[in-house]
Design a protein around this ligand. Structure first.
Ligand code: FMN
Length: 376
């Protein structure tokens, strides 16, 4: 496939290839798209400090995420309906994850079933090697979600990622104007029709993955319910305040993802990179106050398009970053090879930025690598 220089070049081609329905669904944010824009522009308010003469002949990006050794701190965020991007859909993304030894979170609302995604990688030595986590939207009928979690655990998923920022669906005006609907040749493959995840009218009038069947009554206590249903590790996706970060510590979840859903939920909330320091400080303070207790690992997503963005997120305390739209653009331009190229570009850029900042390993990336202008 064609070789691209950067993620923006891939995005341009991908967006020109999609019809308006899919292009708007993938690219848009909620309401005025203020948060969507901030997710990107706020990286420009953090500058990098190049340290010199530090022998950077061998720079390595390898790290661990929830105890699993990975080649890079860059991982794949959950995104619904990847069949809109490419006929391979999530199978393409899964193949790319496997070929690059990257971690992938599969969306509840995938067009490929969670079992089929795992069987796309049959040569993994054992289930514990699986690089897959399952993202969960809790259904109003809890039995449906319990069934999904049992299937995921059996298939070899290592963690469940509870998305907590979408009790109701953000108002994405482009989707509303387009009357976005999932094309009839696609299905939400983790469910059967009788489970009524999305009715025909919801598909056609309120935007994809309508929150209509999502359980908006969820509270912190439901973490105990999840623990009673599954022994998979629990990750909360969508933490954006220090108060909720502390609650996540108290509820002993394994990890949190600082995320505003790529600007698709609450518009005018801050960018993730601007709020990350508040979250990592809260988790650190909890850890100091409770030195014997484990604390959640902190990851982030939102607007990562450059290797330098990754350095900034790691400098502010994230252990890993997830990419949403860049993975989708890669899928559009080249199926699994496109996603692999996206990961390759970001990892090349990350290694390049690390060498120029003067660090050899991701553990060395810290506050000393950046200059922070006031972000809020
Ligand atoms: N997050 C979820 O937790 N579950 C989803 O099913 C889901 N679907 C998404 C679909 C699209 C088209 C996009 C763009 C994002 C979706 N997200 C979903 C949010 C992503 O997981 C992630 O938080 C976001 O895309 C990160 O921002 P970025 O696109 O700037 O990288």
């Amino acid at each position: 496939m064609r070789v691209y220089a950067c993620i923006d070049d891939i995005e341009k081609v991908a967006r020109s290839r999609l019809d308006a329905n899919a292009e708007n669904y993938y690219s848009s944010g909620a309401v005025d798209e203020t948060t969507l824009a901030l997710n990107r522009s706020d990286y420009g308010r953090i500058l990098l400090r190049p340290r010199v003469l530090r022998n950077v002949t061998s720079v390595t990006t390898s790290t661990t995420i929830l105890g699993r050794q990975v080649a890079s701190p860059i991982a794949i965020a959950p995104a619904a309906m990847q069949g809109l991007a490419h006929s391979d859909g999530e199978l393409g993304t899964a193949k790319a994850a496997k070929n690059t030894a990257s971690l992938m979170i599969l969306s509840t609302y995938s067009n490929t079933s969670l079992e089929d995604v795992i069987s796309a990688t049959p040569d993994l030595p054992q289930a514990s090697e699986s690089p897959f986590w399952l993202q969960l939207y809790v259904h109003q009928d809890r039995c449906i979600s319990e069934g999904l979690l049992k299937r995921a655990e059996k298939a070899g998923y290592q963690a469940l990622v509870l998305t907590v920022d979408a009790p109701v669906l953000g108002r994405r005006l482009k989707d509303l104007r387009n009357k976005f609907s999932m094309p009839p040749h696609l299905k939400l493959a983790n469910f059967d029709a009788s489970q009524g995840v999305m009715t025909a009218s919801e598909r056609n009038s309120t935007g994809a993955t309508s929150g209509a069947k999502a359980d908006a009554s969820l509270t912190w206590k439901d973490i105990d319910w999840l623990r009673s249903v599954t022994s998979m590790k629990i990750v909360l996706k969508g933490i954006m305040t220090h108060e909720d970060a502390l609650l996540a510590c108290q509820w002993k979840v394994d990890a949190i993802i600082v995320s505003n859903h790529g600007g698709r939920q609450l518009d005018t909330c801050p960018s993730t990179i601007s709020i990350l320091p508040e979250i990592t400080a809260a988790v650190k303070s909890y850890s100091h106050a409770h030195p014997t207790l484990p604390v959640p690992e902190v990851y982030m997503d939102g607007g990562i398009r450059r290797g330098t963005d990754v350095v900034k997120a790691l400098a502010l305390g994230a252990r890993a970053v997830f990419i949403g739209r860049p993975m989708l653009w890669g899928l559009v331009v080249g199926g699994h090879e496109g996603v692999e190229q996206v990961l390759q570009i970001l990892n090349d850029e990350l290694r390049n930025a690390m060498a120029l900042v003067g660090v050899q390993s991701v553990d060395e990336i810290g506050e000393g690598c950046i200059i922070r202008k006031s972000l809020l």
